[in-house]
Design a protein around this ligand. Structure first.
Ligand code: UT7
Length: 339
């Protein structure tokens, strides 16, 4: 029998963004000695000048509360209107319950549906796509999408391949119903054949000689930088182009490009190969924020809007890519000005 009460599809848009960057600024000079590197090398190869790192006793959710409160206030709604919380992270140090439920409890959004997603540096764009579809289907009305990391907890300061890259911070957006289409279709996917290019190891389920080893040590991020670099440069431009096309616009109708902040050379290469015109403002938050994985797009969005208030309400292409390897892109209307 056909079911009734299927709600009419509902458009959505981003209402607001909030950001939290930890107080402590860590310049390259504080990192180089342990990895036999130089400030010059790091800046030339990545664009990173400094990054923020959380205090030892400051948790991922402590930071997330700060970013979320700002986003909710700017959206002009109350916490009890948030009916879903999607938390994208790879650095919440518990398997269960989720970071999203800890955040819900701390915010007082105790009845909201709340769950984490593990899509690394694509996590925020995965979350935006899911939120738009939940609202379209009538499952949710106001969704808090959080991208947050405390990667300093999972980075080996002596690892030459990662120590200078990863950093801490949280960005959050409120997504809600809209008359117009404020979030274009999400183009997403994975390349699981490259699953071992970025890993968090060891897992707490390690076996040696067929036996479970309980004391396996603390997990840290490992990455094959060049392999990921090449994949991002060659494979992500077509994904970005598809997202622009799927939104029904042309590149000259974009006002901003807010890619995952992994490496400024990847950003430059994507701008070039997608043929984005000079009129498109490109987010380069990486210079003073480093790579904050799932947090990098909302953090960069927050900064771009602070530096270029004229971009409020304009079209931006978002693209996230990382461990999996996974990717997701969509064109969004940037949030309107808040009071
Ligand atoms: O966020 C998730 C997605 N992640 C990414 O998108 C990361 C993508 N990858 C990258 O951003 C870059 O590959 C890195 C920034 C990680 C590394 O840059 P690279 O240009 O790929 O460096 P490389 O590994 O090709 O090494 C080039 C040279 C080598 O020396 P020789 O053989 O040319 O003499 C390395 O030994 O740089 C040397 N090197 C370093 N030198 C100083 C490698 N690491 C360092 C270091 N400091 N930390």
């Amino acid at each position: 029998m056909t079911l009734i009460n299927n709600p009419a599809p509902q458009n959505s848009r981003i209402f607001s963004v909030g950001a939290y960057r930890p107080e402590r600024v860590v310049p390259n000079s504080e990192i180089v000695d342990l990895i036999d590197s130089t400030d010059e090398w790091i800046q030339q190869r990545t664009g990173i000048e400094s990054r923020h790192r959380a205090a030892a006793d400051q948790s991922l959710v402590d930071m997330s509360v700060e970013a979320s409160i700002i986003a909710i206030k700017r959206a002009g709604i109350t916490v009890d209107q948030i009916d879903s919380i999607i938390f994208a992270t790879i650095s919440y140090p518990y398997q269960a319950p989720s970071a999203a439920t800890e955040l819900a409890a701390r915010l007082g959004a105790n009845t909201a549906a709340a769950w984490d997603i593990s899509a690394a540096c694509a996590g925020f764009s995965y979350g935006v796509g899911m939120a738009a579809d939940l609202i379209r289907g009538g499952t949710a009305r106001y969704v808090l999408v959080v991208g947050g990391e405390k990667l300093s907890d999972f980075t080996d300061p002596t690892d030459r391949a990662t120590a200078f890259i990863f950093a801490d911070g949280v960005g959050a957006v409120v997504i809600g119903p809209s008359e117009n289409v404020g979030i274009g279709p999400t183009i997403w996917g994975s390349d699981a054949s490259n699953r071992d290019a970025i890993t968090l190891e060891p897992s707490f389920l390690e076996f040696k000689n067929g036996k479970h080893v309980s004391d396996v040590g603390w997990p840290n991020i490992a990455q094959e930088g060049q392999r990921v670099f090449r994949w991002a440069v060659y494979e992500m431009a077509p994904v970005g182009r598809k997202a622009i096309e799927a939104a029904g616009i042309t590149p000259d109708q974009l006002a901003a490009f807010i890619p995952h902040q992994a490496n400024e050379r990847i950003i430059d290469s994507l701008v070039k190969s997608m043929g984005l015109p000079d009129t498109v403002e490109v987010a380069r938050d990486i210079r003073t924020t480093g790579n904050t994985s799932s947090a990098s797009i909302p953090l960069a969005m927050d900064r771009l809007l602070a530096e270029h208030p004229e971009l409020h309400g304009k079209n931006a292409l978002l693209i996230g890519f990382g461990a999996g390897l996974v990717f997701a892109a969509q064109v969004v209307e940037l949030p309107p000005k808040w009071s």
